[in-house]
Design a protein. Sequence first.
Length: 421
Amino acid sequence: MSGNLIIKNAAQLVTCSGFKAKQGKEMSDLKIIDHGAVVIEAGLIKAVGKTDDVLAGIDEIDAREKGFDIIDAAGKAVLPGFVDSHTHLVFGGHREEEFSWRLRGDSYMDILKRGGGILNTVRATRAADDEELFEAGIQRLDSMMSFGVTTVEGKSGYGLDHDTEIKQLEVMQELDRRHPMDVVRTFLGAHAVPDAYKGREDVFIDYVIEQVMPDVVEDNLAEFCDIFCEKNVFSVDQSRRFLLKARAMGLKIKIHADEIEPLGGAELAAELGAVSADHLLQASDHGIAAIAKAGVVATLLPGTAFCLKAPYARGRYMIDADCAVALATDLNPGSCYSESIPLVFALATLYMNMSIEEAITALTLNGAAALDRADVIGSLDKGKLGDVIILGYPSYKFIPYHVGVSCVEKVIKKGKLVFSK
Ligand code: NIG
Ligand code: FE
């Protein structure tokens, strides 16, 4: 396939039309076209509308000769590809033992304090070679793509030393080159305090700023910088210092904010004008108002709250407070070993009281905005990438209704069919 594709007769074309994040009430408007069609040429969307209108000037035989494939989507709903804007997809080893300890009552932070948790994965990732990480990464991307994800973000943060942080980012760069999905890279060099720096967090931050970050920037290995701003990890002051340096070096900012304790990460994200503040389980009313006002995307990760048996982030409250909410999986080997989009939909709609329409906006246009790409992906609009999913059902409402099961029948990336059931 050439990246030239016509999708016609869609029962519902859920365009999610827009070029910037949707806030509050705007999130409910999916801009649906019944009996819709999309034309994609050389990977980019060229036309969107009613099938009769879009195909009026197109002779199908002629189009096929010009290399267009044609998919008849009669009886199917068609949406933009999902954007999973927060994952930790490249890591060595697994932590199934820790999961069983948590079932017995150990807390996530206690396991980290004992040198397990993130530090356990750091040891395994340091020991893994590039090929191992790459192969595991390909398998995870294939699985994500089968759920309809066409763009994914991936973070480093399991190296916490120069070479391993660079190794993780280089593996993601290679994954981006060799897998159909787009992989957006985030430098999370301040994800935990390595054993050798216990009690010397500021010294570790200096090390990352001085010894690692310049090479990440120079080799163009990341677009975003992130930090785990959390009690007993990095304080708000340390996070501010770290992120200001990152920004000065040209990286855009994300924050793991208010995940376990209400530390003020949301307020910091607003103060710094971060692109997104992520987790926010414990975000204060004041912090939520601040990110709504500052236009920081609130990226919620309900799979993590579910796995940690923690209270969900207040998605309903945030949307009512006019936030732009995105949803993502947080796929990682510890707090949420799941790339399941159906799980995220189920939790967001049934337990965070988001409407189906809001959840779709959160996984498409607002996910794109969380990656500073709302102008190029996240909706079916002319000029955007031809990233499209076709469901096996006539309505988007089947997505949470067919609970825990993927409704995605076909995935199209830049006009090419990359997954079909
Ligand atoms: O987003 N909270 C920090 N980082 C990840 C978990 C990483 C891990 O446990 O390996 C998160 O939940
Ligand atoms: Fe995370």
